[in-house]
Design a protein around this ligand. Structure first.
Ligand SMILES: [Zn+2]
Length: 148
């Protein structure tokens, strides 16, 4: 995402839109972009520096560390903020800062049930095991009763 200084009026500029996923070159088995980056930013120039703040979101597909299944997750950066000294080029590229923020907000150990909209199969399996165990505990108790 590039902004030319001349595009920014003194009262500031609001920019909202989409652009290509900034972490495409990092795609692997564990992470894949499944949509475009959405940005909603306020920009301004003050005291020889450019500032920007707002929010970012990037939908990705991750692999769950528990069940190894792929799931979609939206990386959200609710308080993106940058401050850059202005010297030299009049075109400012926000992509490196955006990429860095997206990566910082990437879950290190992604779990497919983190958003609460699905149940992780690995956990489901555990629950079933526990239920089975509980049942056998009861049947052991029943046998005990019969012996008396
Ligand atoms: Zn899972």
């Amino acid at each position: 995402m590039k902004v030319h200084l001349k595009q920014i009026p003194s009262e500031g500029l609001h920019l909202e839109g989409e652009e290509d996923c900034p972490i495409q070159e990092l795609e692997s088995e564990e992470i894949r972009c499944v949509g475009r980056l959405h940005y909603d930013l306020d920009l301004g120039v003050a005291g020889g520096a450019l500032w920007a703040n707002g929010s970012l979101s990037q939908p990705v597909e991750l692999r769950c560390v528990s069940c190894l299944e792929k799931f979609e997750h939206e990386i959200r950066v609710p308080a993106f903020a940058v401050h850059m000294e202005l010297h030299g080029p009049e075109t400012i590229d926000f992509t490196p800062s955006i990429r860095e923020e997206i990566l910082l907000n990437l879950p290190a150990h992604p779990h497919c049930d983190r958003d609460g909209d699905r149940v992780c199969k690995a956990k489901q399996l555990k629950t079933t095991e526990q239920q089975l165990k509980r049942k056998s505990d009861w049947s052991a108790l029943d046998k005990l009763k019969l012996k008396r």
